[in-house]
Ligand binder design. Structure first.
Ligand SMILES: Cc1cc2nc3c(=O)[nH]c(=O)nc-3n(C[C@H](O)[C@H](O)[C@H](O)COP(=O)(O)OP(=O)(O)OC[C@H]3O[C@@H](n4cnc5c(N)ncnc54)[C@H](O)[C@@H]3O)c2cc1C
Length: 430
């Protein structure tokens, strides 16, 4: 029997180091660079690689990957505790070699890439010498892959891709795309699609525009609307078999979703910490904000939501390590993904309110995190889709009961109990 909530003391020392490092080295970088994924930014290139070296020296580089890929193979539970620290920053994931979408794309390449593709793309990706884009969503539909129209057709030794993709994060920085395209339009829904790796410089790949989002102040947006016109790639650039697009997607999305959740715990915790500091610092009507009962309710509700969510994330991480197969933990990951945006939205909203005008100002990051909660409710699938998935799996395991009244109908339970204890009931009534 083992059931505990303690961190191994040795690993706690590692987490303490990471906490201090993120506070003193990573958080200040967020104040001066624009986008940690932009490898062309000279300031970013000056500030981030030395920190990445320190992380490597400490043995904390790309801990989500196994040793065969240059990581520590720490597993998801240890990663969850580390990501809580890293996730409160913009640059942290990239400083620790575990940023989206590269971490998920690396997992796909590691599983399905040819040795040549791994050498050309996976190795520099893991070392953050390059970054990548994942192109799945299309302008006419994101939530339902059956709506996808981008086609990949085999011509001799090549695949030829035509279509449009929407909201590909970081496309303008990327050296390659992993794209989902229809290979057999007439197949059953889950066999229509396949995944391919496409070098960004391939003729016919065009960024129509870089879409910006509220909450990010970059001059140029980072979510690309892309057009693919007769894009030709060698036949071996398919990742997985023809029609296996969904299975391959699970390789990246399972991990991607739980990693977002781990980092979100960090952001929510930061919002609560800010709320707590403000509540004991700001005074009004003869007392501190924290002395007002309505404020105390905000704080209590926030702590409850954070801790409930954190436990769900940690338990899911533990289950992923135990099962060693994302498919067996899909229900838990769907639950974490569905819970995440609301926890971030609720706690951050309270933090905004408690900080008053300062809360909505650009002098605090809270407004950005509020919008981040909407990103979290869409990126890697809309919340509704994950709730549907969770409910379907719960319903699949539920056992129907014959008869008009349910199996837990009290009169029936009473009758059964009377039969079971007939002797005892008789004895006491005599
Ligand atoms: C910050 C961010 C980064 C992203 N990065 C990427 C990326 O790198 N690569 C990529 O391919 N995509 C990316 N996306 C796109 C993301 O995957 C899609 O936004 C998501 O899958 C939803 O698709 P959609 O935007 O087309 O919305 P739609 O599919 O049009 O859905 C809109 C809304 O309709 C409702 N809805 C849809 N279907 C159902 C249903 N069955 N039942 C009930 N309600 C439903 C939900 O409220 C949903 O939010 C990103 C999105 C965001 C916000």
């Amino acid at each position: 029997m083992s059931w505990g909530f303690e961190t191994d003391p040795e690993y706690q020392k590692v987490l303490d180091w990471a906490d201090e490092f993120v506070t003193t080295e990573v958080e200040p970088i967020d104040q001066v660079i624009t986008h940690a994924w932009d490898l062309q930014d000279p300031l970013r290139q000056k500030l981030i690689p030395p920190l990445q070296d320190k992380v490597r020296e400490k043995g904390l580089w790309a801990t989500h990957l196994g040793p065969e890929l240059g990581g520590q193979g720490y597993g998801q539970l240890k990663l969850a505790l580390l990501n809580e620290i890293v996730g409160r920053t913009h640059s942290g994931p990239i400083v620790f070699g575990a940023q989206a979408p590269d971490s998920g794309n690396a997992e796909i390449l590691a599983h399905y890439g040819t040795p040549e593709l791994k050498q050309r793309y996976l190795e520099p990706l893991i070392e953050n010498k390059i970054v990548s884009c994942y192109a799945m969503t299309e302008p006419q539909g994101g939530s339902n892959p059956v709506e996808f129209e981008t086609r990949a057709v085999r011509h001799g030794d090549e695949w030829v891709i035509n279509g449009e993709k929407w909201f590909g994060s970081n496309a303008r920085f990327a050296s390659f795309y992993i794209i989902m395209a229809v290979t057999d339009p007439d197949a059953e829904p889950h066999r229509r699609l396949s995944q391919f790796i496409v070098p960004a410089e391939t003729p016919g790949v065009e960024i129509v525009r870089n879409t910006g989002v509220w909450g990010h102040d970059y001059e140029v947006g980072t979510h690309a609307y892309t057009r693919w016109t007769d894009v030709r790639i060698p036949a071996d650039h398919i990742l997985g078999g023809v029609g296996q697009g969904f299975e391959v997607a699970q390789t990246r999305l399972g991990g991607g979703r739980i990693h977002h959740a781990m980092r979100t715990v960090g952001l929510v915790k930061r919002s609560l910490d800010m709320m707590l500091e403000r509540a004991v610092s700001r005074t009004t009507r003869g007392g501190r904000l924290g002395d007002k009962q309505l404020v105390q309710e905000m704080i209590a509700d926030s702590w409850l939501q954070l801790e409930q969510f954190r436990l769900l994330v940690l338990r899911t991480a533990w289950r992923i390590d135990k099962e060693n197969d994302y498919r067996k933990v899909i229900k838990d990951i769907a639950a974490v993904k569905a819970a995440m945006p609301k926890v971030l939205l609720d706690v951050t909203s309270r933090a905004v309110q408690l900080h008053g005008s300062l809360g909505v100002s650009k002098e605090l990051p809270l407004g950005k995190w509020l919008l981040e909660s909407y990103h979290m409710g869409l990126a890697d699938g809309a919340t509704e889709i994950h709730k549907i998935s969770l409910a379907r799996q719960l319903l699949r395991d539920a056992i129907p009961h014959d008869g008009v009244f349910p199996s837990y109908h009290v009169p029936a339970l009473e009758e059964l109990a009377r039969e079971k204890f007939a002797d005892e009931l008789r004895a006491v009534s005599e």
